[in-house]
Design a protein around this ligand. Sequence first.
Ligand code: FES
Ligand code: FES
Length: 161
Amino acid sequence: MKKLIELDINDRIYEVAVEDRDLLIDVIRKKVGLIGTKKGCGDGDCGACTVLIDGQPELSCIKLAIASQGKKITTIEGLVQEGGALHPLQQAYVDQGAVQCGFCTPGMILASKALLDRNPEPSQDYIKHELSGNICRCTGYKRIIQAVEAAAVVWSKEGVK
Ligand code: FES
Ligand code: FES
């Protein structure tokens, strides 16, 4: 039986009817219509479906929608700045050529945001460790790490959020 729940996504409240077993990724994509969050393995292994929940990266393919009530969920769409400008992390990914097919990119950027929020001056080893749950089949990771380093420079100057 479906239940009506409220989800706080990107600072907007969405009322959605869900079954107990509905996964957060399916609700975000199919019921809320935010298709920036990608479903790769659907099994908790690739990180493509990463969203931020109360600021922490979480795999939306293994999280029940019902368990996400009362929390602040951020998807890649929530990073866009006023006037539609890209978030500095998104811009850094573009500038450094860290986006190829782009399938991993939304999850990778959200995991990058969480790591820079925790540590605005990360070492390469820290970046690698924090992004180790996000798999990219295209870039070889070097440009992704460069993008996070470039964004960190902006972070430390401007205190990005
Ligand atoms: S789609 Fe969620 S971890 Fe792969
Ligand atoms: S850019 Fe293609 S999977 Fe990462």
